[in-house]
Design a protein around this ligand. Sequence first.
Ligand code: COA
Length: 125
Amino acid sequence: MVYDSPWNQAKFTDSLNNPKTLASLLVVDEQVLGYFVATHSPDSADLLNICIHPQYQHQGLGTQLFDYLTKQLQTLNLDTLFIEVRASNETAFLFYQKLGFKLIGLRKKYYSNGEDAKILRLQIM
Ligand SMILES: CC(C)(COP(=O)(O)OP(=O)(O)OC[C@H]1O[C@@H](n2cnc3c(N)ncnc32)[C@H](O)[C@@H]1OP(=O)(O)O)[C@@H](O)C(=O)NCCC(=O)NCCS
């Protein structure tokens, strides 16, 4: 299990049926090693989910997948990307910091378990 509270099938289906969704799978030798799901409005985008198979984490694949997302955003002329991260998810926070995201705020008790969300923003060059 990668997440404590993973998305269920309905959540993926809803997102993938939304025309504002951008989503991609990272597939190597017919094995799914990762994915992202993002949504966009006219002037910004939100990264809703990004995940790399546990056995392949910290090998640069998340960065490659993210680079692919930023190229898609550039083709849509979108230069601002937001994400909410669980306060306890230090690995994801380090990942986003390395990608250039800045911490811009905190949503207190945002998650159903009472955990805070860190709000991060990236200006895409
Ligand atoms: C967050 C996640 C997508 C990162 O993908 P990844 O392929 O492991 O990341 P990369 O290998 O591209 O790492 C890029 C940078 O992120 C940071 N990082 C990644 N994994 C790390 C780890 N286990 N410990 C510390 N830093 C880490 C490092 O700064 C790393 O740079 P480095 O290789 O120079 O140390 C992956 O850890 C994951 O799927 N986590 C579970 C799901 C999740 O929490 N998603 C985010 C929800 S908001």
